[in-house]
Design a binder for this molecule. Structure first.
Ligand code: COA
Length: 373
């Protein structure tokens, strides 16, 4: 099963409630139809009823059985406005500004997530990345122990024996231009959580650089070493090493010769780049030269899951984004359950799950695999 196939199957296993914040867009409505029909998630389309109906007409799908909600008339507007005002009044937000902001479906959806009405939200087909992240920063906030929001890409490289059978988390490729050591550590810890959810295997984190374990000396390397020290100190259970060059991180023979005894060298599946220059260049080169599928940027480090989209996305991209958010939400629930919390993840047999994955979504997987072939 490909990693994307597995994410869809895992989403079908948990069926989370996901707000689609730009419900007036035909791509969102088409995605909602597929999510509902294939039981990958319970979508809630946010938008004005007449505009959602118009979008459904344009997408050529029915809205039967799909929940819709007009944020500008939302039943919890007053509550959300109060919560938002209380949270941001020290930063100068006025009551009127808070009341106005929560009428926007992006912000209403973020508050639905924050208050537990939905398990995640997907936006960005219409809103800018900055707006989506701002809603995440101001409403959801950071996960415990993490101060820095960042983003990652799920990279699926065809015919590749490295990483998690060709799947990797690359981070940060989209948000922080020059992370300091503490921020780099936060990026790595958040990527570890993301890798556990999406790769479904033990994450091995390589803090990448142009040197392997002291082979070169330069002030730029100090922050990478310091990030490793911070992670080791605060999260001794995380498999992390650095500084490592990319070949030593990925290839067993090079890893064992350049970094003998390293717990990560030669088997890294999470690549942490020292800055945005390196991360962004690397993911685009991998995508173009290795014909990899790049899924993201996926927001990470937040207390609850949501997804950003490219404004050029299509309905299939939204389905996959919603599935990823569902899987992240299930991962959170599983963590709560494993620490004695009240929620538990229902289990189904894999054969039952696979049956739930739609022909349309399966077609998308085939397209991705064909592209890789
Ligand atoms: C993410 C981004 C929107 C934040 O912008 P901002 O103007 O700082 O946003 P806000 O003022 O609403 O920030 C809210 C809070 O989050 C904090 N914050 C900003 N970036 C943060 C980050 N990466 N991690 C944690 N907190 C952050 C702010 O300091 C602010 O803190 P405060 O509550 O103490 O005031 C901005 O950095 C951005 O636009 N980044 C580029 C994203 C992008 O377009 N990438 C393109 C490639 S995908």
């Amino acid at each position: 099963m490909s990693v994307i196939d597995r994410i869809l199957a895992l989403a079908a296993n948990t069926v989370k409630t996901i707000a689609l914040s730009e419900g007036e867009d035909p791509r969102m409505v088409a995605a909602a139809r597929r999510l509902a029909d294939q039981k990958l998630a319970r979508p809630v389309l946010l938008g004005r009823p007449d505009k959602i109906a118009e979008a459904a007409g344009k997408a050529g799908v029915s809205l039967d059985g799909i929940a819709t909600l007009d944020a500008s008339q939302g039943p919890r507007l007053a509550e959300f406005a109060k919560l938002y005002y209380e949270k941001r009044k020290a930063k100068g937000l006025t009551e009127d500004q808070a009341a106005e902001a929560v009428r926007d479906p992006l912000w209403y959806g973020a508050w639905m997530l924050e208050t537990g009405e939905v398990d995640g939200f997907v936006a960005g087909a219409v809103n800018s990345t900055a707006n989506v992240f701002r809603a995440g920063l101001q409403v959801i906030g950071m996960a415990p122990g993490i101060k820095t929001a960042s983003s990652c890409f799920l990279m699926v490289v065809p015919d590749c024996e490295y990483g998690a059978q060709g799947a990797f988390i690359y981070s940060d490729c989209g948000l922080l231009p020059f992370p300091d050591a503490a921020q780099l550590a936060d990026i790595a810890v958040a990527s570890n959580t993301m890798a556990k959810a999406l790769l479904q295997t033990t994450p091995y984190l390589a803090l990448l650089s142009f040197s392997t374990m002291g082979s070169a000396e330069h002030p730029n390397l100090d922050k990478v070493k310091e990030a490793r020290r911070i992670i080791k100190e605060n999260h001794p259970g995380i498999h992390v090493d650095g500084e490592l060059q990319a070949d030593a991180a990925l290839i067993p023979a090079i890893g064992s010769s350049k970094a003998p005894g390293s717990p990560v060298a030669g088997k890294a599946n999470v690549l942490i780049f020292p800055d945005l220059n390196a991360g962004n260049i690397a993911y685009k080169l991998t995508e173009r030269l290795a014909k990899a599928t790049a899924i993201g940027p996926l927001p990470q480090g937040f207390a609850k899951p949501f997804s950003d989209l490219s404004r050029g996305c299509n309905a299939d991209d939204i389905v996959i984004a919603a599935a990823i958010v569902s899987v992240q939400a299930a991962g959170r629930v599983a963590e709560v359950a494993s620490t004695g919390g009240p929620e538990a993840v229902p289990q189904k047999k894999e054969e039952e799950i696979v049956e739930l994955v739609s022909e349309i979504v399966a077609q998308r997987i085939r397209e991705i695999l064909d592209k890789q072939a």
